[in-house]
Design a protein around this ligand. Structure first.
Ligand code: PTJ
Length: 247
């Protein structure tokens, strides 16, 4: 990472790419993760590689949801583990959430490698390896969750989630917080809180809001949750992408 000069105009995006490549090298990120990264980069470029005000409002609503939750869980896949392992641990600590590894292309090797990687970044208990629960309506491998993790969660953060699974989790009655740069993706569309932002910016931003909101009453947190307008957030992101504001 140190080889990239910090004043390079695309510093952040090069750093992100480097992390994903490294993730593939050490066996935590799938090859499809490279493709997903490319797609994300294109959207981020069109968004000006900045957090929109609507994405910031979504991050604040997400923090309020997590603080109100009884059993919040942060779902981690191969891209998330490569890009923001320490930041996920910080968010879990700030909100009392559990961390669960949950993969689209599940293999035992990658499950173990990701859990180890998260522990190296300070995670305590990492869920997902027991796989004694199922998400109804999905094929076997993709349905696996921990019964006492995502299975029992009331609020789940699912970054870069595939649309089928996002829908199936919603059908289980869970409050979903999706982080996805594509406001037109099915995951973003079914989320209670779609955060249309790069996960690199979004996760620390939710943590910042959680730190800021700690100590607020449940009533105040509920006000923040209720006043968040998911349709407006999706529309603002789509408008920003279509209009483009590139320099
Ligand atoms: O590790 P696994 O097996 O669980 O697989 C993970 C991936 C991401 C490969 C898998 O879930 C997948 O194929 O996802 P998709 O269908 O490519 O969707 C990924 C979504 O994340 C797309 O809508 C991208 O725009 C978005 N995205 C990619 N990179 C980022 C992102 N959103 C936010 N921040 C990013 N850095």
């Amino acid at each position: 990472e140190s080889a990239i000069p910090e004043d390079h105009p695309r510093y952040q995006s090069l750093l992100t790419r480097h992390r994903i490549e490294h993730g593939v090298d050490i066996g935590i990120t799938s090859k499809q993760g490279l493709i997903a990264e490319g797609r994300g980069e294109a959207f981020d470029y069109l968004l000006g590689e900045e957090t929109l005000p609507s994405a910031d409002a979504a991050a604040r609503a997400a923090a309020a949801h997590l603080l109100l939750a009884e059993r919040p869980v942060l779902s981690v896949n191969g891209n998330v583990a490569a890009l923001v392992p320490g930041e996920i641990v910080d968010l879990a600590e700030a909100t009392g959430a559990d961390i669960e590894v949950n993969l689209f292309n599940r293999t035992d090797e990658r499950m173990d490698a990701i859990a180890d990687h998260l522990r190296e970044h300070g995670a305590g208990d990492v869920k997902g390896l027991t796989a004694d629960g199922r998400i109804p309506g999905l094929s076997h491998e993709r349905a696996k969750v921990d019964a006492d993790g995502i299975g029992a969660a009331d609020v789940v953060v699912v970054p870069l989630e595939d649309g089928d699974r996002a829908e199936a989790l919603g059908a289980m009655g869970k409050t979903e917080i999706v982080i996805d740069l594509n406001p037109m993706s099915r995951s973003a569309r079914v989320a209670a809180v779609p955060i249309v932002d790069n996960i690199i910016r979004a996760v620390p931003n939710v943590t910042r809001h959680a730190a800021d909101l700690r100590g607020e009453s449940d009533e105040e947190l509920r006000d923040i949750v209720d006043s968040f307008d998911r349709e407006a957030a999706l529309q603002e992101a789509e408008r920003a992408i279509r209009q483009g504001d590139l320099d």
